[in-house]
Design a protein around this ligand. Structure first.
Ligand code: BTN
Length: 327
């Protein structure tokens, strides 16, 4: 049973909405209205019911599919037309790859409250405890050659930081796709693709955001480098709102991308990045390169000027921003 239509009606009004009006507008019986209200309450919505006045939404839970769907419908053209909400899963990316294989459409979104096998870049794992953070994957089916795939990650980083910057102006991107606040990482993006030599069949963009996790809840090995939005703002944040803001920005940037907006995406990435102009260390397998980040090329590769003035392009690996003393 879908309950987001009722939620949209209740959200639109500050006062009570009568059961008769809801039944009339949604073309369902009053018993069906009551059943949906009960379901919403079970999912954490506080809804006041008065026999004479009807129903009034008092409070929404911090995380729910109805809340996300109700806010995205009408406002999003591709991203989020189909949304799946899971309690827990190994990895939303792996799950989304399976769904894309089965024909799930462009823009489908998979969100989970927890991951038991969250995946990070470079074969690492992604810390994914329940009830605190955001783990979502978006299936994209752009008509582009595989060599253009890195732009999908740049676009996603631009969308995430544009959404977060509204309330955390110092948020920035560290090349290629680390989401940073004051030199600590609060989120990351893992893009996986299925392609042949000529075209991408589908891409899955996985986004992990540390929303309400506290430093003492993080494993020792990431505590020094990681942060969360709650730690940085000092306030608990609604995961729904962050997911909605990111998905709306993804929709905007995906449409720019689909209209030949590669250049616009690169320009915005450069504007939001804290890597360019910095002294950095890049670790690629056994090799270490130290230099100044000059920019990115048309394929998203990082352009480094090394100390002998030569240019080195980096396509993958770990990049660290160096402090003055380390240069
Ligand atoms: C990184 O290493 O910076 C990328 C982290 C990406 C984590 C997200 S969480 C949702 C999605 N599912 C996964 O298994 N990984 C990505």
């Amino acid at each position: 049973m879908s309950s987001e239509d009722i939620l949209m009606l209740l959200k639109d009004k500050k006062d009570f909405t009568s059961g008769a009006e809801i039944a009339e507008r949604l073309k369902i019986t009053r018993t069906a209205v009551w059943k949906r209200i009960k379901l919403l309450r079970k999912r954490g919505y506080k809804i006041e019911a008065s026999p004479s006045k009807g129903y009034k939404l008092i409070r929404s839970p911090d995380f729910s599919i109805e809340g996300i769907k109700a806010s995205l419908s009408n406002q999003s053209s591709i991203i989020g037309r189909k949304i799946l909400f899971l309690d827990d899963i190994g990895s939303t990316n792996t799950y989304a790859m399976g769904l894309a294989e089965k024909g799930y459409p462009d823009g489908s979104v998979i969100i989970s409250n927890c991951q038991t096998g969250g995946k990070g870049r470079l074969g690492r794992s992604w810390f994914s405890p329940p009830d605190k953070n955001l783990y979502m994957s978006i299936i994209l089916k752009p008509s582009i050659p595989p060599m253009d795939a890195p732009i999908i990650t740049l676009m996603s980083a631009v969308a995430c930081i544009s959404a977060i910057k509204n309330f955390l102006p110092s948020a920035s991107i560290k090349w290629p796709n680390d989401l940073m606040i004051s030199e600590k990482k609060f989120g990351g993006i893992l893009t996986e693709i299925k392609a042949d030599m000529d075209s991408i069949f589908y891409a899955v963009v996985g986004i992990g955001i540390n929303v309400n996790i506290e430093a003492e809840e993080m494993p020792d090995e990431i505590r020094e480098y990681a942060t969360s939005i709650k730690i940085e703002t000092g306030k608990k944040q609604a995961r729904n709102k962050i997911a909605i803001d990111i998905l709306k920005e993804m929709d905007k940037w995906y449409s720019i991308f689909s209209n030949n907006g590669k250049r616009l995406i690169s320009e915005e990435w450069l504007r939001l990045s804290s890597t360019i102009g910095r002294a950095v260390k890049a670790v690629i397998g056994e090799n270490i390169f130290q230099g100044t980040a000059q920019g990115i090329d048309e394929n998203g590769m990082l352009i480094l000027r090394l100390s002998d003035n030569s240019i080195k392009k980096i396509s993958a690996g770990d990049v660290t921003h160096l402090r003055q003393a380390e240069q």
